[in-house]
Design a protein around this ligand. Structure first.
Ligand code: G3H
Ligand code: 13P
Ligand code: ZN
Length: 317
């Protein structure tokens, strides 16, 4: 069942975070649904601009509709990840997305407000929620690459004005994480003091944490042992998610970890079976391993086991 992102946030706020997982193909979609069903968790499917262009945006929509039929118990929202204004407008017009993210965080403050406001007006007219971003994460995203020296944390002093002027429904905050497999240098970690200051100014308002892959070190070691060259890859400490959830983080974005599972499975498969050339054997292993990863992630986010509570809460509305 496709539900609004805001309904999921309302149930989760202050207690747990909902996993927001990016998909690009059928194997990821199956693994994601299986993992969420095994762990009985609500979830958010994220589609980036790059994912929409990889095969065809209609292919992804059709796969998601099919998955909803295959897994009738699943409760999830469909979200555009890191949209520019044109992509947001396209998703709003499609009627398929329950929320969009407008990422104008690389623009000056006033310009970010103006662009976000335009998207909010179009989205709200169709009952679609909008995630906006203030502050800038490091790493590479779809339409912008941010070097570490340009990345900057969200300024808590700006959040109330930003939310009031844009009327966005959730806020992605830069609190020390970054996109990709190379996060943090040294002992750097999530800036909980910034998150706490933001929550004080926006009590009850859903916050979003991007760049939240944990880059499991056993995955990295296995990839490297099977011919990969990921040196110094590092991610977010997953034991910190529950504390972040208590401070208002209701959505945690994860993409890179899924790519690492994919990479490990395929590297190991073809290393162990150099005579193979069929896509299905490693594809089957990937779906099972990705499902296992997702179920584990939902446990650490606190969303595992919430499905029936969420269903009951939705039916009371
Ligand atoms: O934050 C970006 C997401 O990981 C999406 O990545 O634009 O390569 O699909 P992508
Ligand atoms: P990761 O690169 O840490 O998986 O972050 C994904 C993300 O923020 C998608 O918006
Ligand atoms: Zn992101």
């Amino acid at each position: 069942m496709i539900v609004s992102t805001q309904a999921l946030f309302k149930h989760a706020y202050g207690r747990y975070a909902v996993g927001a997982y990016n998909i690009n193909n059928a194997e990821q979609t199956m693994g994601l649904f299986r993992g969420c069903m095994e762990s009985r968790a609500p979830f958010i499917i994220q589609i980036s601009k790059g994912a929409r262009a990889y095969t065809d945006k209609r292919m992804l929509e059709a796969m998601i509709r099919a998955a909803a039929e295959i897994f009738p118990d699943a409760i999830f929202a469909v979200h555009l990840d890191h949209g520019d204004e044109a992509t947001c407008m396209d998703c709003i017009a499609s009627g398929f997305y329950t929320s969009v993210m407008i990422d104008a965080s690389h623009e000056p403050f006033e310009q970010n407000i103006a662009i976000t406001r335009r998207v909010v007006e179009a989205a709200h007219a169709k009952g679609i929620a909008v995630e906006a971003e203030l502050g800038q994460l490091g790493g590479v995203e779809e339409h912008v690459s941010v070097s570490e020296d340009k990345a900057h944390l969200t300024d808590p002093a700006q959040v109330e004005e930003f939310v009031k002027k844009t009327q966005c429904d959730s806020l992605a905050c830069a609190i020390g994480t970054s996109h990709g497999a190379y996060k943090f240098s040294g002992s750097q970690s999530i800036h909980f003091e910034v998150l706490e200051a933001i929550q004080k100014r926006l009590p009850g308002f859903p916050l979003v944490m991007h760049g939240s892959s944990s880059v499991p070190q056993d995955e990295v070691a296995r990839i490297n042992a099977a011919g990969g060259a990921l040196k110094g890859a590092k991610g977010v400490d997953e034991t910190q998610f529950k504390r972040a959830a208590q401070l208002g983080v209701t959505k945690v974005n994860i993409d890179t970890d899924g790519r690492l599972v994919w990479c490990r499975v395929h590297r190991e498969h073809f290393k162990e079976h150099p005579e193979n050339f069929d896509l299905r054997p490693p594809g089957k292993v990937f779906m099972a391993e990705y499902a296992k990863y997702i179920a584990h992630k939902n446990e650490v986010l606190g969303s595992a086991g919430r499905l029936d509570e969420v269903r009951a809460a939705l039916s009371r509305r």
